[in-house]
Design a protein around this ligand. Structure first.
Ligand SMILES: Nc1nc2c(c(=O)[nH]1)N[C@H]1C(S)=C(S)[C@@H](COP(=O)(O)O)O[C@H]1N2
Ligand SMILES: [Mo]
Length: 429
């Protein structure tokens, strides 16, 4: 039942820094901290990878510890042969994958036409170019934190500060009149229809934002830098509350359609394409061995989905007393509240470590208005009481802002990961 735990090195470093403070306050000594082994598999394969060596407390905090994932450290799940971001520069220039050559067409769907008066098209010479996009940003720039998470993986791909222009500003430029029920959109796909990777949204979601959720954006910056080719640059769509497949890279076309249903490429692979991000907890640092009667320090992160995060709970129970069959959601385990750790005080990777002004959910001083913040990662830690010798299983779960414990309220795999993670620990005298 052990789920995937994959994190970037940077993510672990930040985690070490946050948890060290907590464990020191809890009276844990350096030796106890030294015995902790991150469970993180860094190979990118489900359940694979060798455990990392123990954390050296002396080193934690000695170097920059990014909470934000540097662009190059995101996990990459892009499709395409060749991968569009691996094309040579002159080819990128020729196909519109550079800031100089990029343009976006916003047109009506010929099969299910939406009535729009002024399509943005290459044929009319009205397609939006990069300068035009930056012009829109002068009056309506949007920045928000979001964890990029793949519906089909058990662990986030990276945490970013995404910056761009609301997609609706560009939709309005086309003067839509009627019969607009959805949009679908895609990016450069080697001019091979078989390689197209398309996603879609109801027009209502583009025009209006649910409370506490930022707009859908045409994104051109990540962590304050131009969005690089690997992350979908020069321009990708970013849908804040959605799994990664809605955030199309190398964006080239937005189509307004009267089609009433989703036509995402991801739907063809048996995915629930209307599923916003779920809340779940996972461990990052957990001992595989412990001494009987001695406390056990465990820490991890939680992805904060659309229902928010109230807290994280951890259980330790004998491995031979597995959860009963009539308790599939494991509600009867001895759950103990963990401590949610504060937001980073320095945003390593951003200019001067500061969150820029006008970032969604932050005040003018660059402090988050609430934490944990929706659609980001939060860190937690706990010191479990000692137990007698034996084999144990440690589990963790999130409790969302509605008070609902993981894996509920949406336990099905094809709507995103939410299975409760289980890690074994041997306790000896
Ligand atoms: N054009 C294009 N956009 C794409 C994809 C793709 O294959 N092609 N993959 C999607 C999926 S499934 C995910 S999870 C995210 C991953 O974003 P990242 O590579 O920035 O982490 O990109 C999405 N956007
Ligand atoms: Mo994905």
């Amino acid at each position: 039942m052990k789920s995937t735990i994959v994190a970037s090195d940077g993510f672990l470093r930040e985690h070490e820094r946050l948890t060290r403070r907590f464990f020191m306050q809890s009276g844990l000594t350096g030796a106890a901290l030294l015995s902790m082994t991150p469970t993180t598999a860094l190979s990118g394969q489900e359940g694979a990878g060798s455990p990392k060596p123990p954390v050296e407390p002396g080193k934690a905090g000695a170097r920059p510890d990014p909470y934000l994932t540097p662009a190059g450290e995101f996990r990459d799940v892009s499709r395409g042969t060749p991968l569009p971001h691996s094309l040579p520069d002159d080819k990128k220039q020729a196909v519109g994958m550079t800031r100089e050559s990029w343009s976006l067409e916003v047109i009506s769907d010929p099969d299910n036409p939406a009535k729009i008066d002024q399509p943005l098209s290459k044929a009319n010479g009205t397609a939006l170019n990069f300068d035009g996009l930056l012009k829109l940003a002068e009056t309506n720039l949007v920045r928000f934190l979001k964890v990029m998470s793949c519906l089909n993986l058990g662990c986030p791909l990276g945490m970013g500060l995404w910056e761009g222009v609301p997609l609706r500003d560009v939709i309005w430029l086309t003067k839509p009149r009627e019969n607009v029920r959805r949009i679908f959109y895609y990016g450069y796909h080697n001019d091979d229809p078989k390689q197209i990777f398309r996603s879609s949204l109801p027009i209502g979601r583009v025009l209006e934002d649910p409370p506490g959720i930022p707009p859908v954006i045409l994104c051109y910056k990540l962590n304050g830098e131009w969005l690089d080719s690997k992350r979908g640059g020069p321009v990708r769509l970013v849908v804040p509350e959605a799994y990664g497949f809605k955030s199309i890279k190398w964006l080239s076309h937005v189509v307004l359609t009267n089609l009433p249903h989703a036509n995402d490429t991801y739907a063809e692979q048996n995915n629930d394409v209307d599923s916003p991000m779920k809340t779940f907890a996972a461990t990052l640092v957990i001992p595989r061995f412990a001494k009987s009667g001695e406390v056990i320090a465990v820490s991890g992160y939680a992805q904060v989905g659309v229902s928010g995060l109230s807290n994280v709970q951890v259980s330790i129970s004998p491995s031979d007393a597995e959860p009963a069959e009539d308790d599939p959601w494991m509600t009867k385990l001895p759950w103990i509240d963990a401590e949610m750790l504060p937001a980073p005080d320095t945003w390593h990777g951003l200019n001067e470590g500061r969150m820029p002004a006008d970032t969604f959910g932050f005040d003018a001083a660059g402090t988050p208005q609430s934490w944990p913040m929706l659609l980001t990662n939060a860190h937690w830690a706990i010191v479990l009481p000692g137990v007698p010798a034996g084999e144990y299983t440690i589990r963790c779960r999130s409790i969302d802002r509605n008070g609902i414990a993981q894996p509920l309220p949406r336990p099905f795999r094809k709507s995103g990961h939410s299975a409760i993670e289980a890690v074994g620990i041997s306790v000896a005298d």
